[in-house]
Design a protein around this ligand. Structure first.
Ligand code: TMP
Length: 262
């Protein structure tokens, strides 16, 4: 029986009280939802894959100096994280037109954007996460202008790094969503850190050669093969448990000459 105190339950994750003050346990569920919970399914094993993929991405980002809430992975579905005060914004970075941007502005999906674009959405299931501007964010006190600057600069650094990381394994990072939190340190200092997760649940990942979608759009758009796509991302990153790779061996190089990687 799990007797830990549950702090928060979201659509795809649960947060439990951590072993020490200032820590939490982030548990990845198999639930997949879309369109603000109107569509729901259990995808057996998705949580395990997202836990691994997010661990890998957060660790790599930590190595290049992006502060994150991640401490360590605890088991197949859980990781130890620092407790932060979540800034109530979904920060979306886009490199290629797709999804709601294509719909809103009438852009063909797949069109390269003139430059990377950052958008903010207010985190509210009740309101369906409406898009908001910096004016709304500062007027309603969700974040200060300095915090917005910090969030935008972190989001662009994350994007630059991840575009390269994914390209190295034959994947185009079309867009993604991240969340940030305020980490209060012992000396009363506050730092903005990357929180939540980075996984195929919150990214658009397209195979460079075939254009195949390797992300949650397979679920949103009823394309099938959701678990297979997430497994492929994990495999290329070299984080599949069935196929343990030597420590520090980095991502798997994927052939881009049209042949299926081994
Ligand atoms: P969108 O095109 O539907 O606005 O999505 C942009 C990116 O943000 C895409 O990679 C999916 C991700 N996303 C989430 O992670 N959660 C959400 O609730 C939404 C709407 C999008």
């Amino acid at each position: 029986m799990n007797r830990r105190r549950r702090i928060y339950e979201g659509k795809a994750k649960v947060l439990y009280e951590g072993p020490e003050p200032g820590t939490l346990i982030q548990h990845f569920k198999d639930d997949a939802t879309a369109f603000n919970n109107k569509k729901h399914a259990l995808i057996d094993g998705k949580g395990v894959l997202n836990n691994r993929i997010s661990e890998y991405v957060f660790m790599r980002l930590g190595e290049i100096g992006v502060p994150t809430h991640f401490v360590k992975r605890l088991n197949m579905r859980e990781q130890l994280i620092r407790e932060v005060e979540i800034i109530p914004l979904e920060v979306v970075v886009r490199n290629v037109a797709a999804g709601s941007l294509s719909t809103r502005l009438g852009l063909d999906e797949g069109a390269q954007l003139p430059r990377s674009i950052i958008e903010f959405y207010y985190k509210s299931d009740k309101l369906n996460d409406p898009m908001v501007s910096e004016e709304h964010i500062t007027a309603f006190g969700w974040a200060t202008p300095q915090e917005i600057d910090e969030v935008m600069s972190l989001a662009l650094r994350i994007n630059d790094f991840l575009v390269g990381l994914f390209l190295g394994i034959g994947i185009r990072l079309v867009d993604f969503k991240v969340e940030f939190g305020r980490l209060y340190e012992q000396n009363d200092q506050m730092r903005i850190v990357l929180a939540d997760e980075i996984s195929p649940d919150c990214c658009r990942l397209w195979d460079v050669v075939s254009g195949d979608k390797l992300d949650k759009d397979r679920f949103r758009r009823d394309l099938g093969g959701v678990l297979e796509a997430y497994t492929e991302v994990a495999r290329r990153l070299g984080v599949l448990t069935e196929n343990p790779r030597p420590k520090g061996s980095g991502p798997v190089l994927v052939s881009t000459n049209g042949q299926k990687p081994e």
